[in-house]
Structure formats: C-alpha cells, structure tokens
Design a protein around this ligand. Structure first.
Ligand code: AHR
Length: 332
C-alpha cells in the first residue's frame, strides 16, 4: 500500500507572502501561524469508542492547553461524513492547522484537496489515509499497526503449546476486528496473519468486527461461542473488545486466560488490570499519548521547518508480571 512506502516529504517552504487571516494563503501555499503568533488547530476526532480514544482525546486537549494552542475539537461519533463536515468547517473558519485521526482509510482526497487549496496544512495522527497523493498532508504521527498485529501473532507462535488449550494439536483462533475499513483493523489483521503463517497448526477460524467497542466485543464473542467449535485463542484488536469478550466467556462458564487464551492491543488501564488478573495473557501496547508530539509538529510546520513524513510512536508489549509492575504508574 502506498501509505507504507511514503516518499520523502518535500521541504516545507515558508512563503513570504502567506500572511492572510490565520496564515492561509488563497493560492494554496503553505500556512503560517496568525500574525499575532497565536495558533488555532482544528482537530477532528474519531469518537469515544474505547478507553484508548478517551486517553487520546485527553492527551490532545491537555497538550494544546500546555502549548498555548487554541484547539477547536469535534467528536465525529465514528462517522466519516461527520469528520469531513468538521474539516470543511475548520477550512471555513480559516484555522491555522488541521489534525485528524481518520475513521477509515479511504475517501479523503476531496476534502484534503480543499484544505490544501486553502493553504491549511494537515497533520494525520494515529491513523493513516490511503491516498496516492502524499502532498495532501504534512506528516503522519502514530503507531505501526502492522507490527502490532505481528507481535500479537508472534505470541501465539512462541506459546503454541500453552495456546493449544484442548491439546488436539490445532490452535483455533477467533479474531475480533476493529472498525471495518479503519487502518488499525486492516493492518493489525494483516500483521497477525503474517506472523501465524509460520505455524500451520494455527488458524483463524472466525473473524468479525466488534467496532473497537466493549459491547461489540461482547456480542460477537457470544456468537463465536454459540458456534460450538472449540476456541483456543482470542485475538481482540483492542483492549475494549477483549474486555467485552471476557464478559461473554465468563457468562458461558469458561475461564478467560485459561480455557481461552486472550491477546489484545492498547494496554489501557482496564486491559492491564485484566492482564494482571490473568484474564488476558498478552497485550501489545499502542500509545494514545500523541498530544505533545502533535503540538510540536504543528508549531514546526507553521514555522516552516521540515518534518519527517512518518513519525512512529515507541511501544512495548506486556505479559502478566510486566502488567502488574506497570499498573501503579499507568497514566491511562
Ligand atoms: O486507532 C487506534 C485504535 O482506535 C485503538 O487501538 C482502539 O482502541 C481505538 O479505538
């Protein structure tokens, strides 16, 4: 995919003539901060679907305050059309910079071209867009979701004996996918499939979206359990879906973490607690604390500094002992 082969970003040149309100120039050149040096950022958030998202929103709001950036914030309630509407309204309001975490990967070219024509730089955070035109955004700050999926799958490969909970030599995995069409759902699925392909005894026998929510995870896990087939492993593409699934597993009279091994992604507080309690077996971290880096990047972009086209967040993984140790200091 093109987004994974980002070409080097062209240097951001500070136009001597870009001085109109909030720094936008009508010819579609690069923007600067407002004349008085203040910066207004329009941020279009995905929604509030998970603990991760709540922590991400707090990080962005707190960091904007700390950086002295005036933040206009919208919650798109999981709908791409709402995000597009929010971005259009930021363009109309002539904000200095737009940042957003796209609900889904595709369908952004039209609105991003409008931002470009208005001379308003766009920064992607958390999730990528799938567009051939990488000039539509200045940089993309976030995790490598493919690597996250690979780490999750590698745990099953490395712990195959333990993961074969009925000892029949086959490891049946069920997968709870994130929002259909969203970068983390696509990439984590790809990464997981890639790692488990090393061991032919490991198979994904069912895979369905739980939309990154607890309720979604619970409902889909109930239907997986009703199929009657033995499930050795659950890969939930985020903690919230895993936590919902735990409720379904317990309601079915099974012990999460023992009868069904559970791997999740995120490492939010509730997920880490479940890992420490032995209900989850392994968590791949995905950091939501993107706010400070985002505010720095916005300032750099508006100062005309060159920024890297892809900025990766540093992340780790947790087993039970590591979760117990990390929990007291967990910020989210
Ligand atoms: O885009 C990041 C993902 O979105 C998180 O893993 C998930 O919890 C959230 O909803």
């Amino acid at each position: 995919m093109l987004k994974k082969t980002l070409i080097a970003a062209s240097a951001i040149s500070l136009s001597a003539f870009a001085f109109t309100a909030c720094g936008s120039d009508s010819a579609g050149g690069d923007a600067t901060a407002s004349d008085d040096g203040s910066i207004t950022m329009g941020f279009a958030q995905v929604g509030a679907e998970s603990g991760w998202r709540t922590a991400n929103t707090t990080s962005i709001q707190d960091s904007a305050k700390e950086a002295g950036i005036d933040l206009k914030f919208t919650d798109a309630q999981g709908k791409q059309e709402n995000q597009i509407q929010a971005i259009r309204s930021y363009i109309q309001q002539k904000v200095d910079v737009i940042a957003f975490s796209p609900v889904v990967e595709t369908g952004w070219d039209a609105v991003l071209n409008e931002a470009k024509a208005a001379g308003i730089p766009v920064i992607l955070t958390d999730r990528a867009v799938d567009s051939k035109d990488t000039s539509l955004y200045k940089t993309f700050l976030g995790s490598d979701f493919v690597v996250e999926g690979q780490k999750a799958g590698q745990w099953v490969v490395d712990n195959a004996d333990e993961a074969d909970t009925d000892g029949d030599g086959k490891i049946n995995v069920v997968q709870l996918e994130g929002t259909t069409g969203a970068a983390p759902a696509i990439d984590r699925g790809e990464g997981f499939a890639d790692s488990i392909s090393a061991d032919p005894s490991i198979k994904v026998v069912a895979s369905q979206t739980g939309d990154f929510t607890r309720d979604g995870g619970k409902q889909v896990m109930e239907s997986f359990l009703q199929s009657g087939d033995h499930i050795d492993v659950l890969f939930a593409q985020n903690d919230d879906m895993g936590l919902g699934a735990i409720e379904a597993i317990e309601a079915a009279g099974l012990t999460p973490g023992k009868d069904i091994k559970i791997i999740t992604v995120d490492a939010v507080h509730d997920g880490m607690q479940a890992l420490s309690d032995g209900k989850i077996n392994f968590i791949v971290e995905c950091s939501p604390l993107l706010g400070p880096q985002l505010m720095d990047l916005a300032k750099k972009v508006l100062d005309g500094e060159e920024v890297e086209p892809r900025i990766l967040t540093e992340e780790t993984t947790f087993d039970q002992a590591q979760a117990t140790e990390a929990l007291p200091d967990r910020q989210y």
